[in-house]
Every structure is written in C-alpha cells, then in structure tokens.
Design a protein. Sequence first.
Lengths: 233, 233
Amino acid sequence: MAKNENTNVEIGAYIPDIWMSLTAQQKEFLAQNYTIHKYKKNETIYCEGEKPTHLICLLNGKVKIYKEGVGGRSQIIRVIKNNEYFGYRAFFANEDFVTAAAAFEPCTACLIPMTVILDLLKENNELAMFFIRQLSKDLGVSDERTVNLTQKHIRGRLAESLLFLKDAYGLEEDESTLSIYLSREDLANLSNMTTSNAIRTLSNFAAEKIIAIDGRKIKLIDIDKLRKISKIG
Amino acid sequence: MAKNENTNVEIGAYIPDIWMSLTAQQKEFLAQNYTIHKYKKNETIYCEGEKPTHLICLLNGKVKIYKEGVGGRSQIIRVIKNNEYFGYRAFFANEDFVTAAAAFEPCTACLIPMTVILDLLKENNELAMFFIRQLSKDLGVSDERTVNLTQKHIRGRLAESLLFLKDAYGLEEDESTLSIYLSREDLANLSNMTTSNAIRTLSNFAAEKIIAIDGRKIKLIDIDKLRKISKIG
DNA sequence: ATACATTTGTGCTAAATAACATGGTTTTAT
DNA sequence: ATAAAACCATGTTATTTAGCACAAATGTAT
C-alpha cells in the first residue's frame, strides 16, 4: 500500500469524475487521504458481510461484483472497468456488503475512506450529483438485468451476456474480439446457467457462425444476430 | 389536479423526508410548485419509454413498479407504500423510463417537477444525501432480488414474495394477514412464475398449514417456516 | 519432463417449470 | 337480474434446464 507517492496531477488523471468537481482545498484534502492498492488475478477485494469503509476507484484492470446464491452457485451482478467506482453503495445504505468483489485480472485501485467522501459531500453538491447519477444508472441496469436473467431462455441470456461484456469492456483492435477472456464458469455465472450449458450454448453459437471461439477468446461475428437472439429471449 | 390547496404544515406531514431538510425559503419554493394527483385502482402512473418529469411521493395507496418482459410476461420490480418516493431514477440517470408504474389500489400522490428538485439539490446537501441513501438502498434490494429470482425454486420464490409483501406493507390488526390483496397473477409476476404455478404453490402452502387463504386474503401462519423455505430456495 | 489439478467438451437422465385445456367461481357492467 | 368477463383451480403434457458421469485438453507446480 503506497501512500501519496503521486502528484496531484496524477491523481486527477486517475479519478477525473470526482477530482473535477473539487475546489483546490478539497483536492489537497483528498490528496492527503488516498491510498493505492494492487490486487492479484482472482484476488478477493471484499466479501459479502464485511463492513464497507472505502470508495474504490479502479485505475487498471477488470473486476466482478458477485453474490453467492443458493447451493454455492454464484451470480455475477455487474462488472467494473478502469475509471469506474465501486464499494460505496453499502456504506451509503448503512449496510454490510451484500455482494463480493474480485479481480478478473491484475488490478490497481485508488482507495478513499468513505469518511473523507462524506466530509467532501457535505460541502460539494457537484460530487453529490455524481453519486446520484451513478447510483441511478446502476439501478436501471440492475432492474434491466433482473428481467433479462429471469425471463429469457438460455440462448437469450448468453447472447445478452456477450453483448453486455462488449459494452462493458469493448473489443480488441480487430473490432470483433471481446477484450476480456472469461472462464466458461464465469460466463455461466454471468448468464445464470450451469457451466455445462454455457459451454454447450457457446459451441452452438460457434457452429451457427454467430461467434468464433478460440479457447477463452471470443470473436463476435454476427452482432445483429446476437441482438436478435437476446431480444426474443 | 388540485394545486396548492394545502397549507405548508400539511405538505410537511405528507413528505417529511424531503420537507425536513429544507430551509424556510426552500419550503416556500416547494409549496408553490407541487401538485396533488389521484389515481384509480389499476390506473397506469407512467409507462416504459416515457420521459420522467416529476418526483412522485405516494401519500396514500399502493403502487407497483414493473417491467414488461419477453412474450408479454411482466415482472414486478418493486412496490411503493405511502410516504415513499418514485419516478426520479430515470431522470437522474438521464434516461427514459425503463419501468412502468401502476396503482394496486386507489392512490393519492404529490408530484414535484424534477427541475424544482434539481434547483433544491444545488443548494441543499441534506436533500442530496437523502437521494443517495434511497438509491443505495434500492440498489441493494434490486441486487438481492436478482439472485433470489434467478436461483431459488418456485416454493422459495413464492415464500420470498410473501415475506417481501409483509415487509413492504405490513400485516393487519390480527398480526398475520397481509395488508395487501393481490391477484394470483400479480403474485406470479412478483415471483417470476406462471399464474398456474402461483396458484398451485399457494394451495400447497395452505395444505401444509404454512399460510391460510381466503380469496385474495393471505394469512401467514408459520413465518419461520416461510423464512426457511425462502432461505433454502 | 512429469504428475496433478483445473478447465473444457459431450452425452445421458432426471427434475423443474411452462404451456395448455377445461371447468368452476367470483366480479363487473349493463 | 343477467350476461359477460375476469379470475381461480386442477390435471396433463411438453419443454427447458440442471445434474451427473466421463473423457479430452490445457494449465501449473515440482
């Protein structure tokens, strides 16, 4: 945990959404109170049931927010990419974490104590609006996801997930390969199905030339078809 | 739509959470800008795709927030009771409504233009914190619900819904009858199952003496058992 | 390099749930 | 009061999906 090795300019580049809204004095305050943390691949960042203490801004890497469900099955609730924030919801709701977070790949994150954020919120409305906007967007996504996961059939759910990953992490330079390589199990946990069914359905999509698979590398060939499958469920 | 027929004292009693945080001047501003609206039983309050314009505070009655899913099936996302607020998420996220709202029973609501709320938010941090807290709680509930609806089996989902309704609307004077009378279809839409299965499972619960049913009136007899069924899924 | 663990792929079976059909009951509208 | 509509109940069948078993491939540690 390296504290304050960075200049304010660097911090500002790391967390622009929050930094922008602050006064010079507030920036100084924040600069005295953040820490940088690194997480290894697959490392747990926080667990269900723990007390939330920090706002976490992901500087680098990819993170999954998930929930352990019935019978050890886990459900990926949302994913985080660089320059996105997480870990704060439970604190604001005055709850323990109801989800867990883990690193898909090696990550660097900036941690800010929630008490510091609370202090800043008292005097900075623009920052408050940032959180209101963010929570509102996340709630919309969560509501959307509830219906998608419950009402669509397997093919629809998997198609949905592939498009979801494309939106979240984008594509590689070839404009068609997903920029994230997930295990079949993670893909299943994202799509609310068993690993077997994720594998099977993925193979079917490949056989239908909707995608191409090479190990964990997934190439989206016919995105319109994916949208159609996702839409009809 | 009756505008400003009420004194400020009455308004304060209607919407205490927001009113409390305001200065005298802000109260005056709000008093000039709210309207009271009545909705009939089953009347739609807003539809998916419409533009959000007002913060709605339910003064009286019960409301469902739902989403039309695949093949005409609808999913109840959350429910609102008196003194709760809704209709604002989409505005803050700068989206059209992704859900619809309708009255379970006759309702009275206080509508405040979101532009007015935005103005108040600029100068009132306590109000901003109110929305942050509210959205954070709702997001937690939504995440919880996603897993419950996707991973639990029919009995677990229905048990969950009955407990959910108890938490949301409470019980009648007898301390065991749910204070809301839903159609089997609404109950099914709340629990992510077909109407037939809601009816069947409800009958099973009654046969097992976990609940008693008299038309739409549902008496929770063995709440511990319901909790257990909900927990094991 | 070799053994060991993890992940991926495939087929089969069983369980859960939706879909459909039909009839009775209650509510609503005229 | 009566007809029509909506709702509730139950049985049967079909579909979807989970669960399991096992083999092949890949990754990992010594």
